[in-house]
Design a protein around this ligand. Structure first.
Ligand code: SAH
Length: 213
């Protein structure tokens, strides 16, 4: 067996052993090369199940967390999805294989530009990128079937809850940045919302406003 297929098998094994069992999610994660989203000295660790630093002091999430969040989102082929926190673009790329369209927002222009470059290189044409403060959502494109937030908020942001379709699902890490955060799955019902706590996680904080760099 060559190095690449062995590396891929290990990567998929780590995902499965940490609870990523949805075959569509595993297939998408097999297809999207995480190595394309990690630069410089950390590139050689792209297939380890660990978060890694990216530009602007941010991080690319741990692959098993990407898998678990994607699975919790129950993505469908006709779904319009909002991601808050583009970061490297990896999570958006995985989702783009599972849904109709992904809108992904980040407050750092540089991260958005770099992610766009990778999307072009990988020929992922159903991702729309936006530089902005994602905590307000995207009123022009709302409502969304699914919303995924990849930075931790103290509470699920109200504008995002409001931009979720009835029957829609939002996955969001909630908690203060330096204490324990929990991944929350929110389902919008005919009246109100249903909240389910999934597991402890650790994300960079959701920060208001567009970054100046
Ligand atoms: N999903 C990413 C990881 C995101 S790291 C990946 O797959 O690589 C969290 C990201 O959230 C950072 O890039 C940070 O800039 C962004 N972020 C934090 N607060 C934000 C806000 N209010 N609006 C948009 N993006 C935000």
């Amino acid at each position: 067996m060559n190095d690449i297929s062995e590396r891929k098998m290990r990567f998929l094994y780590a995902l499965r052993s940490r609870g990523v069992t949805d075959s569509r999610v595993l297939t998408a994660m097999e297809q999207i090369d995480r190595g394309a989203f990690v630069r410089g000295i950390f590139a050689e660790r792209a297939y380890d199940d660990t978060p890694l630093p990216i530009a602007c002091g941010q991080t690319i999430s741990q692959p098993s967390v990407v898998g678990l969040m994607t699975q919790a989102l129950e993505p469908g082929p006709r779904d319009k999805v909002l991601e808050v926190g583009t970061g490297s673009g990896y999570q958006a790329a995985v989702l783009s294989l599972l849904v109709r369209r992904v809108y992904t927002v980040d407050r750092h222009r540089r991260l958005v530009r770099e992610a766009e470059e990778v999307f072009r290189k990988l020929d992922l044409t159903n991702i729309t990128t936006i530089v902005g403060d994602g905590s307000h959502g995207l009123p022009d494109q709302a409502p969304f079937d699914r919303i995924i937030v990849t930075a931790a908020a103290e509470d699920p942001p109200g504008p995002l809850l409001a931009q979720l379709k009835v029957g829609g699902i939002m996955v969001v890490p909630v908690g203060q940045s330096d204490t324990v955060q929990h991944l929350i799955k929110v389902r919008r019902l005919e009246t109100g919302y249903d909240y389910e706590e999934l597991r402890p996680v650790r994300f960079v904080p959701l920060i208001e406003g567009v970054a100046q760099d």
